[in-house]
Design a binder for this molecule. Structure first.
Ligand code: PMV
Length: 327
């Protein structure tokens, strides 16, 4: 076995209190706080090996060589780790997701978290969750949250402060909730998050209001998690989602991530609530609806969403663990 090799297992996460907008583009600092659940079993597994026999970095994502932006972003992470470890070796990176890439769960979050954990550990340096989270955040802010399991908060970044990192606010077994993902379509989104956030900040008349309401919504979600109050978390989560989408939609040109299946799934969530099931919806920069409910109701929620017109299928997740390393 090579001396410089490690494998990391990271989970995707879903924000309950959403992140949209940057306070420092160069350092990739979020303009608002966000709070998420780490999702089991939606995993990225990444193996990194630094090898003296390589003349350039080799990066493979889901069985194919990474190209363009994906490759550049991965190499940037490797370069940072090499600089800290003072290691002058090229790396072989093999990464795969066990959930379908077009499932609507951001693979960049678990992907960058796993890459940071695996490359750092491959150099032989000791685990450092705080630095891993800050480093993952530089690549993709939501990735900062995938270092930790359970319920995780990434505070708003202070411009110029590169140490901005997530922290765990409750362990996975703190609260037995489920996230049911209603997949609305296959295929990649047309406007990526970084591009979309910049557009919203520069053109949306609602951007300021979005940033202004984010602290109160995050506080409500945090308190709701700590007291296991689904109503509180769910209501704040829905408002955070819709405030973010209102801000996105009012950009110029408008960022409309909703599709017919999105509205149909939202109607199902509302109907279930009328029927007495506590379930709430959230969405990211894509058309998929993610429903938050108690574990006892997950089966009914999944069936109702799977039976919703235009919804392709569902996936169910529960709070997952911290990023895991295997040497
Ligand atoms: O971390 P990014 O750049 O992929 O942005 C994620 C933004 C949202 O998914 C829309 C919200 C969030 O907090 O995850």
């Amino acid at each position: 076995m090579s001396q410089y090799k490690a494998t990391a297992l990271a989970r995707a996460n879903i924000a309950l209190s959403k992140y949209w907008g940057k306070s420092d583009v160069a350092l990739n600092l979020p303009a608002v706080p966000s709070i998420s659940i780490t999702l089991e079993p939606m995993r990225t597994e990444t193996t990194v090996e630094f090898d003296a026999g390589l003349t350039q970095d080799e990066v493979e994502l889901n069985g194919k060589p990474a190209e363009g932006k994906a490759r550049t972003r991965a190499i940037k992470v490797l370069d940072q780790v090499r600089a800290i470890a003072r290691l002058d070796l090229k790396a072989r990176v093999v990464s795969s997701n066990n959930f379908p890439t077009a499932s609507g769960l951001a693979s960049s979050a678990s992907g960058f978290a796993a890459l940071v954990g695996a490359s750092w550990s491959a150099t032989g340096m000791e685990r450092d969750n705080e630095r891993w989270s800050a480093m993952s955040r530089q690549a993709s802010a939501s990735a900062a949250r995938s270092i930790y399991g359970g319920f995780v908060e990434l505070p708003r970044g202070i411009p110029g402060d590169a140490s901005n990192a997530a922290k765990q606010i409750a362990k996975p077994d703190h609260w037995d909730v489920r996230v049911v993902v209603a997949v609305a379509n296959e295929g990649a989104k047309d406007v990526g998050s970084t591009e979309g956030m910049t557009l919203s900040e520069q053109t949306s008349p609602y951007y300021r209001s979005w940033v202004d309401c984010s602290d109160a919504l995050a506080a409500e979600v945090r308190e709701g998690i700590l007291t296991r109050n689904l109503t509180k978390v769910g209501e704040a989560m829905e408002q955070s989602t819709l405030a973010m989408h209102a801000c996105m939609m009012a950009s110029r040109p408008g960022l409309i991530y909703f599709q017919p299946a999105t509205l149909a799934a939202l109607a199902t969530v509302k109907r279930l609530r009328k029927e007495g099931i506590e379930v709430y919806a959230t969405m990211d920069a894509g058309p998929h609806v993610k429903a938050l409910c108690n574990s006892a109701d997950a089966g009914r929620v999944a069936t109702a969403l799977a039976d919703t017109q235009m919804v392709l299928r569902t996936l169910t997740a529960q709070p997952g663990p911290d990023l895991e390393i295997r040497k």
